[in-house]
Design a binder for this molecule. Structure first.
Ligand code: AMP
Ligand code: MG
Length: 338
């Protein structure tokens, strides 16, 4: 199939994107987190086409994106007080809330679960397309397992010829996927860290707990609250090993490896001192920059043609926790602590 290229600043193109979606097509759209591959949340065949285009495991549910509060009642069975508080504070924005699903909502979007994930993006293009079509089920617009797409080019590289259209917009401002919280259990639970940080959430949800799978590998007998947490994710073709160390120890470690088929994903301050091929993904002190750059740099690593890349882990604080969470999955949980 030929993938139509549409432009986010063209009113006519936005209308075309909405029409394709209403007609059951699948369209990649920009959001503030990463590019999403959207389908009508009410069209099972379109949602199945999203799973197929990405090669996404059938048991990994999609997030439904809305543009207005009135759409919630089409999707969720209830919207408790705690959800209202979060929505008021963080929507539109990079926060996804898991709620009981409405009976009438199909189970293809929820991968058979009786709960549903909902988010209202802050990106204006995304919201325009939703308001001109309908609530959209949209996972990241990449091939399943590869780094998430933070620019239109990444989407083209992964999905050109497999989807009906792409709305070409700006690069994503946050750069990592949304924060996911569940409000189903006794305590609100963080399932995936993102741009809305634990500190920000705790001001609204003081009893927030962090699911152990955020930082650690799940044991095979552990109950999975969020199916997406099970999978190896975000990986370039190069093997990634995460390194937790001070800058000095990290650089010393790397400089013993000259002559090996290795490279470094480092902080910008370290780059000049590293004697093996190195790509920096942001300043040590700027975790937002690291979040914005991470997936782009993971894609660039493959162009170095080395066997292994050692990635310097950020601190697990603020949006740094989201970066850590993605890197440890890119590394398939291989961590060296110096
Ligand atoms: P992606 O669309 O690739 O950003 O991934 C969406 C994430 O949200 C995955 O980790 C899913 O497992 C998670 N998710 C979506 N719906 C639910 C749900 N009903 N319950 C728990 N996790 C969910
Ligand atoms: Mg994804």
């Amino acid at each position: 199939m030929e993938t139509k290229k549409l432009f986010y600043k063209s009113k006519k193109d936005i209308k075309t994107a909405a029409t394709i979606l209403k007609d059951g097509g699948i369209v990649a759209i920009p959001t503030e987190t990463v590019y999403g591959l959207a389908a009508s949340a009410f069209n099972e065949d379109a949602i199945k086409a999203v799973f197929t285009a990405k090669g996404r495991p059938q048991d990994n549910p999609l997030i439904v994106h809305i543009s207005a509060f009135r759409q919630i009642k089409q999707i969720a069975a209830s919207f408790p007080k705690s959800a209202k508080k979060c929505a008021k504070k963080f929507w539109p924005g990079p926060l996804t809330i898991i709620l009981p699903k409405k009976d009438s909502l199909n189970t293809t979007v929820t991968a058979g679960l009786d709960s549903v994930a909902i988010r209202m993006p802050s990106d204006k293009t995304a919201r325009k397309i939703i308001s001109k079509s309908c609530p959209l089920a949209a996972p990241s617009a990449n091939l399943s397992g590869s780094p998430s797409p933070t620019s239109a080019q990444h989407v083209i590289d992964d999905l050109s010829g497999k989807i009906d259209a792409i709305v070409v917009g700006e690069d994503c401002k946050v750069g990592v996927e949304s924060t996911v919280i569940s409000l189903l259990g006794e305590h609100p639970t963080l399932l995936r860290p993102g741009g809305v940080t634990v500190g920000m959430l705790k001001k609204v949800l003081p009893d927030l707990v962090i699911d152990p799978a955020v930082e650690n590998e799940l044991k095979t007998d552990q109950k999975v609250l969020s199916p997406g947490l099970k999978y190896k994710h975000y990986s370039p073709k190069t093997q990634v090993i995460l390194v937790e160390a001070s800058s000095k120890d990290f650089v010393d470690f790397l400089n013993l490896k000259t002559g090996e088929s290795v490279a470094a994903l480092c902080f910008s301050e370290e780059k000049a001192n590293v004697k093996i091929p190195a790509i920096s993904y942001g300043s040590e002190s700027d975790d937002s920059e690291k979040a914005k750059e991470l997936f782009l740099k993971l894609r660039e690593i493959d162009s170095l043609g080395v066997q292994t890349v050692f990635a310097h882990a950020p601190k697990k604080e603020g949006i740094g926790l989201a970066v850590y969470n993605r890197l440890i999955r890119a590394a398939a949980f291989k961590v060296i602590k110096l």
